[in-house]
Write a protein that binds this ligand. Structure first.
Ligand code: ATP
Ligand code: LTN
Length: 334
């Protein structure tokens, strides 16, 4: 809550090409709050360097992620869209929150366990304290709701614990945020291993549908998707994880319920179904892609947006940071 206004906040890392998992689980849901909430959506480049990045690619993806936010329907007049490293208060509040976060809490984070297994040669302190920077992002804006995919729920819950701990010591410091996980796009699975999350950092690009894949690629990837034995299009994530994942994707893009989909494909084979999933996905992404390429062609306009977004965000961030510093006993002699 900032004044009378409720706040929605979320972020996406510019660490790879964005997938339909990022789209359905996160970005598509951001605009739901644009009308009634004060909304902040951030390109979290500081989070991205917890795993090694190639500088030219990080730069390119930072532009691309901002352009994708806008192409996915986030109007910069109604939402504050900005880049994390351009607002230095994030790093400053993160340090303070580090001093209120326990080693044991961070050790329990599943993303840390997964990522340190995947990047065993680079288990840096930033990877470990990643959720603290994320808590700083959220708490700086006195956020009420955080729309994320299910994999990020644990981080938002840790953020709540940190906020409550600080509020107990220094009452009224932070709004305690709530994670909002959309039901439909909760967790889109890999097309090759449907028990694993579809992830932009997956090395097998055939397992992942990117928002910017062209129509033929999308249709080919779905055609090749792993399905289950049998031939029945039925939703059963335990017994039929492959088909169920495709049904969720089809449902998200077409707006049809799972029952409607079962009826639509009763008596038809997996081939027809997979083609339909590919077509509906390609149709839904086509306008997003068109808008994206238009926006990306004008770098100067994107940079102007980054500047404007960072100025807007800084105003809010400065107020919270200065409030926290005062409460903690830091001098504010200017
Ligand atoms: P990485 O592969 O680098 O770990 P990622 O694909 O998980 O990245 P993030 O930038 O960490 O992407 O996530 C951005 C947002 O997209 C988060 O809210 C996350 O929960 C959501 N998200 C990511 N993948 C999926 C998925 N497969 N299904 C639903 N939501 C997802
Ligand atoms: N950790 C998140 C990205 C992220 C984020 C945030 C999401 C960074 N800061 C604040 C919501 C709110 C992820 O998607 N991996």
């Amino acid at each position: 809550m900032f004044g009378e206004q409720k706040v929605s906040y979320s972020g996406v890392q510019p660490s790879g090409n964005l997938t339909i998992g990022n789209y359905l689980g996160a970005i598509r849901n951001f605009s739901e709050y644009s009308e009634k909430y004060k909304t902040f959506y951030c390109v979290v480049d500081s989070h991205a360097i917890t795993v090694r990045q190639v500088p030219v690619e990080l730069r390119r993806r930072t532009y691309e992620t901002l352009a994708l936010y806008m192409a996915c329907g986030l109007d910069p007049e109604k939402n504050t869209l900005y880049v994390q490293s351009m607002v230095h208060e994030h790093a400053e509040l993160a340090w303070i929150l580090n001093c209120f976060t326990m080693f044991g809490e961070l050790s329990r984070m599943t993303q840390f366990k997964d990522k340190s297994a995947r990047h065993a040669d680079n288990i840096n302190a930033g990877l470990f304290t990643y959720p603290v920077l994320m808590a700083a992002d959220i708490l700086l804006y006195q956020t009420d709701v955080v729309p994320v995919g299910i994999d990020q729920k644990q981080h938002v819950e840790l953020c709540r614990d940190i906020a409550e701990r600080i509020n107990q010591l220094y009452p009224g410091t932070f709004t305690v945020p709530e994670p909002i996980v959309s039901k439909s796009g909760m967790k889109i699975m890999s097309l090759a291993e449907p028990t694993k999350k579809m992830s932009k950092s997956d090395e097998n690009t055939n397992a992942v549908v990117y928002i910017l894949d062209d129509r033929d690629t999308i249709i080919r990837k779905f055609k090749r998707a792993v399905t289950d034995s049998g031939a029945e299009v039925r939703f059963d994530p335990e017994e039929k994880p492959g088909v169920s994942n495709l049904m969720s994707i089809y449902s998200c893009f077409s707006g049809k319920s799972l029952e409607e989909i079962e009826r639509e494909f009763a008596g038809k084979g997996y081939g027809d179904f997979k083609l339909a999933v590919g077509e509906v996905t390609a149709d839904a992404l086509a306008p997003v892609q068109k808008k994206f390429y238009e926006l990306l062609a004008d770098k100067a306009a994107l940079e102007a947006q980054m500047k404007k977004g960072a100025e807007e965000a800084s105003w809010y961030a400065r107020r919270t940071l200065s409030k926290v510093q005062k409460k903690l006993g830091f001098l504010q002699v200017r």
